[in-house]
Design a protein around this ligand. Sequence first.
Ligand SMILES: [Zn+2]
Ligand SMILES: [Zn+2]
Length: 294
Amino acid sequence: MRFLVLGAAAGGGLPQWNCGCRNCRDARLGRIASATQSSLAVTLDGQNWAVLNTSPDIRVQLQNCPSMHPQSLRHSPLRAVLLTNGDIDHIAGLLSLREQSPFTLFATAGLLDVLEANPVFNALPAAVGRHPVRLSEGFELLPGLQATVFAVPGKVPLFMEDRQVQTDLMGDQTVGVRLSDGAKTAYYIPGCSGVSAELLEILADADHIFFDGTLWHDQEMIQSGTGTKTGQRMGHISISGPEGSIAGLRSVDAAKTFIHINNTNPVWQPGSAQHAEVLAAGWTIAADGMEIAL
Ligand SMILES: [Zn+2]
Ligand SMILES: [Zn+2]
């Protein structure tokens, strides 16, 4: 099983078009690497690929990845797309995949309903089969690659929020993914508002975990002056602190990678204390183009 990080950043990317924070300025100046919006590709044979979440950057991500290039006049090695929630940074890329190439779109019924309720997604051709998947029921994402989705605490997409928003909602609107080729097992959880005992139980067989690294600190957006919401309010656990993901997942005996990292997160700075703390805790920090083979 081979993974390719198509995009390591959270929604907005690094740099984000309208952001002048230190990280975004440094990325524009080439002082730190830029990163596109969150997406992870997986393959068993290098010929057939599945993509987990399709960000608005999917076009340039596929262009930057030679193994995803067409092998004939109209062709793509992309066989499947799996969605983990309905956020714009995870679904908008579908609109760039509308040029009559067949692939299977896997998502829970709740997420397929979100697409159904937005007529712009009718632009996807009939050649794109929409395949509903149920929580905790395995399915074949690619030939030989078993996948299972499971509920993780989260919230509905921003564009569907009511005045009252539950941020620890358990259901089929926010899911994690278990992937196994029979020998190794990996998990992809780019959005999660907390680590529960139930989640720790699920992760017990993990060889590798790709996990929500959106924010370093729950107050990060407020303190940096870039937003008014806490991480919890956005449906994301923070990396640091006693309630954070490093502490929460310490007992999980697997390789761990932070992915879906917001442009405000100090871990983007290679010289920062936060970057050092993440590495010291045994985690890696995803970057665009990073390959991980299990
Ligand atoms: Zn996102
Ligand atoms: Zn920024």
